[in-house]
Write a protein that binds this ligand. Structure first.
Ligand SMILES: *Cc1c(COP(=O)(O)O)cnc(C)c1O
Length: 380
């Protein structure tokens, strides 16, 4: 129950162990087409350029920046946690200038500040932001931010690594241009793959490039020779065949449950966890309006030994929760309820384990309150 990788179901692990076939085998090409269609469903897009990059979420991030940012470009980058800082790094390594819009860690990105940045920098050609900041547990208003980018004639790059399948990601409705995700968070698949999708506007920008993309591996025009389709697929790199079996299965599971049902399940379990934590006397670190149901940031009470508590949870209860990152290190815990791991059993088990360890540390909590509160919220 950390910030990812989340638990992988037996069904997905089973898919992973199917016999490895060639990355150009006709059956595999058929699987690739199915993965593409399933990813279009997950991202809620009709974008033809939708595919899984053969590397983790960070590579999806890098693919978006490397293909869209040319030397000399100005990019407005929103930072309200760790991952916005990585976006800045990407812009600078592509030879661009990052104009930073800073918001407090644990808050969402403020669209008014982004609007001011566009007015101050009319030359900005891209807006980049993180939809679900895993380092803090805060969500941002992707629809409003993408609309600002469109209104100012800029493309948008959106990080949906933690949001996809946990909360709504509506690529076409937002008119988002380059969107990347990961497999190991709310898709509950093995780590190491990054689904991406590019709009027609983004593809046009890539086609207008005058400089070659600095990364050979992530150059989307080359990747398309393999993933492009129309039966003309050519070798670019050896696809992680078994990982893609797993992704296919994880996406089928998502489609069977349905996106809306998946979002509702994440919200339901989150509400029960929060009810239990608050009944115990703990406080959430993010305002209720911006909380991510899949990543719950909890303020560590005064006097509690963070490292000792987390190792007791791991050693005595086989339970992993996440530590605070960056500016929030030592100040918060991050409890994941992602994908397959977002279930009632985990909510109750986590509350019981946390209560037992906090009590053994002598922390001033209200014992015996958490489980009844969580059960009531679950309707049990
Ligand atoms: C996990 C995560 C990433 C990086 O994904 P990796 O698979 O670890 O490379 C990027 N952005 C966000 C918001 C994340 O949560």
């Amino acid at each position: 129950m950390g910030p990812g990788p989340s638990d992988v179901s037996a069904r997905v692990l089973g898919a992973l162990s199917r016999p490895t076939i060639g990355h150009l085998d006709p059956l595999f090409l058929q699987l690739m087409d199915e993965i593409k269609a399933l990813l279009q469903y997950a991202f809620q897009t009709k974008n033809p350029l939708t595919l899984p990059i053969s590397a983790p979420g960070s590579a999806g991030m890098e693919a978006c920046f490397a293909n869209l940012v040319s030397p000399g470009d100005t990019v407005i980058v929103c930072q309200n946690g760790v991952f916005g800082g990585r976006m800045k790094e990407n812009v600078e390594r592509c030879g661009g200038t990052a104009v930073m819009v800073q918001d407090e860690w644990g808050r969402s990105v403020d669209p008014a500040k982004v609007e001011s940045a566009f007015i101050a920098h009319p030359e900005a050609s891209i807006l980049a932001f993180v939809h679900a900041e895993t380092s803090t547990g805060a969500s941002s208003d992707a629809a409003a931010l993408c609309e600002l980018a469109t209104r100012h004639g800029a493309l948008s790059i959106v990080d949906t690594v933690t949001s996809l399948a946990g909360i709504e990601v509506a690529v076409d409705r937002w008119q988002a241009d380059a969107v990347y995700s990961g497999t190991q968070k709310c898709l509950s698949c093995v780590p190491g793959i990054s689904p991406v999708t590019f709009s027609e506007r983004a593809v046009a920008r890539i086609n207008q490039r005058t400089h070659k993309v600095q990364s050979w591996f992530l150059d989307m025009q080359l990747v398309m020779e393999y993933w492009g389709g129309d039966g003309k697929r050519a070798y670019h790199h050896t696809a992680p065949v078994n990982d893609l079996y797993a992704l296919h299965e994880a996406l089928l599971i998502l489609q069977e449950e349905g996106l809306e049902a998946s979002h509702a399940r994440h919200l339901h379990n989150h509400q029960a966890l929060v009810a239990g934590l608050e009944a115990m006397g703990l406080a959430m670190a993010v305002d209720a309006a911006h909380r991510l149901p899949q990543l719950n940031s909890v303020t560590i009470p005064q006097g509690v030994d963070d490292a000792a508590l987390r190792s007791a949870l791991l050693n005595e209860f086989d339970l992993e929760i996440g530590a605070g990152l960056g500016a929030l290190a030592g100040k918060t815990w991050r409890i994941g309820l992602m994908g397959f791991a977002s279930n009632e059993r985990n909510v109750l088990y986590c509350l019981q384990a946390l209560e037992a360890v906090l009590q053994s540390q002598g922390a001033p909590i209200c014992a015996g309150q958490a489980l009844p509160a969580a059960r009531a919220a679950l309707g049990q």
